[in-house]
Design a protein around this ligand. Structure first.
Ligand code: LMR
Length: 336
């Protein structure tokens, strides 16, 4: 009799636990470092909106832009600790977990975002989304920002114009070496600290996309912009692996569908957003934009290119070749 009562009670408890699990709701804190009116800022807000429309009650998304919750220095640690559930750091910010993603930082590897897109959609690109699983970081998608331009307090037309300047960079060894090739100093600084460093004059240059240059008002101190398109700044949307797979299957599938939709929208809009910000910078009257001609571009390519060989071992020759192929196919497609 006693055994029967115990069994019944245990069954009842299990039923309650299952029902509670079924109705459990989730909060996704999505922290990022840029302004709302940028490709990533817009993507985060669209994600929040679609989740509210389709999963309201079960999943709630809170977006924290402009490093208002966590910044470059601590956001990945916060993700691993479970203090935030979603981030979209630049691909240049993962080198502590995997060196392979540094392929995206190699200068003059990709001519344009279409080439970047082809690589990300190919086998190697998709494989890189899971390169950090053992660190409890799951890649969910790539989001574009755009191609990087140079900004400085003096005109940068030839590579040796950069010699002697201190450039704020993202924390990527490849980018550090790229500036070393120019005889310049590279200073790894969190994004949110860059405006202060510029005001203090401790840095005299940087590289970034039109959208970040515009939204962070870099031209106040760095009015000389060189349209170099020498590299890419893209993001990986990531979650805490344990958290992600703890979400019930049906809800997770819905979230993944939403991510596909948001990724499509972000990636369609990013180039246009950057071009709009380029126009605003030109119209603002403070920026002096120099577009490099082919010979000048070739000189920058020649100066920065040795970095490829330097990092081939760490990144993997197979990954670099796959990226090159994705880039080459843009030329063959364009020529038809
Ligand atoms: C930077 O640090 O310059 C960028 O990674 C910021 C961003 O998220 O676009």
């Amino acid at each position: 009799m006693k055994t029967l009562i115990c069994t019944l009670l245990l069954g009842l408890c299990a039923g309650f636990v299952q029902a509670a699990e079924k109705d459990k709701s989730f909060t996704i804190k999505f922290s990022h470092v840029v302004a709302d009116d940028t490709p990533k800022g817009q993507g985060a807000l669209l994600f929040k909106q679609l989740v509210a429309e389709r999963l309201g009650g079960r999943v709630q998304v809170e977006v924290y832009p402009n490093s208002s919750l966590y910044g470059d220095a601590n956001e990945l640690q916060a993700l691993q600790n479970g203090d935030v559930q979603m981030l979209a750091p630049s691909l240049a910010k993962f080198s502590q977990y995997t060196q392979q993603l540094q392929v995206f930082d190699l200068p003059f590897l990709f001519d344009d975002l279409d080439s970047v897109n082809r690589f990300q959609k190919g086998a190697k690109g998709r494989q890189l989304l899971s390169a950090m699983e053992k660190h409890n970081v799951t890649g969910l998608a790539y989001w574009h920002n755009g191609m990087k331009q140079l900004a400085a307090n003096r005109a940068l037309i030839r590579p040796n114009d950069a010699a002697g300047l201190s450039f704020r960079i993202q924390p990527s060894p490849v980018i550090e070496s790229q500036f070393a090739q120019l005889g310049a100093k590279a200073v790894k600084l969190p994004f949110a600290e860059t405006p202060n460093a510029l005001r203090a004059g401790t840095i005299q240059g940087t590289e970034n996309t039109w959208s970040n240059i515009h939204s962070q008002h870099y031209v106040e101190q760095l009015p000389y912009l060189t349209e170099s398109n020498h590299g890419v700044l893209d993001y990986m949307l990531v979650s805490n692996t344990q958290f992600w797979y703890s979400i019930p299957h049906a809800i997770r599938m819905e979230l993944e569908d939403i991510i596909v939709e948001v990724t499509y929208t972000v990636n369609q809009a990013a180039e246009q957003q950057n071009q709009n910000d380029r126009q605003k910078l030109l119209a603002g009257g403070k920026a002096q934009v120099t577009a490099l001609n082919e010979a000048e571009r070739e000189a920058w390519r020649g100066a920065m290119r040795p970095v490829w060989q330097q990092y081939e071992g760490e990144i993997g020759a197979d990954i670099i070749r796959a990226a090159e192929r994705a880039n080459r196919s843009s030329k063959s497609l364009a020529s038809y």
